[in-house]
Write a protein that binds this ligand. Structure first.
Ligand SMILES: [Mg+2]
Length: 105
C-alpha cells in the first residue's frame, strides 16, 4: 500500500490519540524534537553513514525518517494539512522561480 503524506498524518494522529492525547497540542515539544533530529541527521551526514540491508540504526535513512516524523508531528499539533499547504506553497514557488511543472501527473 502506498504511503501518502495524508495517511502518514492520519496514522500519527491515531497513534497519539491512543497513546498520548495530551501531546497532540504540544507544538513546542515536537518542534524541539524536530530540531534534535535535524542535529542527528547532520551528524550522520557528516559521517556519510548509509543503510545497508535492513540495518537502519545510526544512518542517514534513520535520521531523515525521524525528521519526517517530527515535521508531521509539528503539522499535526497545528492541524495543518501538509498536502494542502505544500500545493499552495508550490504554486507560489512556480511564479517565483518561473517553471510550470505539475505535482499531479
Ligand atoms: Mg533520530
Amino acid at each position: 500500500m502506498e504511503l501518502t503524506i495524508k495517511r502518514l498524518q492520519e496514522y500519527l494522529k491515531e497513534k497519539y490519540t491512543i497513546l498520548k492525547p495530551e501531546e497532540l497540542k504540544n507544538h513546542e515539544r515536537y518542534f524541539w524534537k524536530l530540531i534534535e533530529e535535524i542535529g542527528e541527521l547532520a551528524e550522520v551526514i557528516k559521517k556519510d553513514k548509509r543503510m545497508t540491508g535492513d540495518n537502519i540504526k545510526g544512518t542517514i535513512e534513520e535520521e531523515i525518517s525521524d525528521v519526517l516524523y517530527y515535521v508531521v508531528m509539528v503539522a499535526n499539533t497545528y492541524d495543518i494539512d501538509l498536502e494542502t499547504v505544500f500545493r499552495i506553497k508550490e504554486e507560489f514557488n512556480k511564479k517565483r522561480y518561473g517553471h510550470n511543472l505539475k505535482i499531479d501527473k
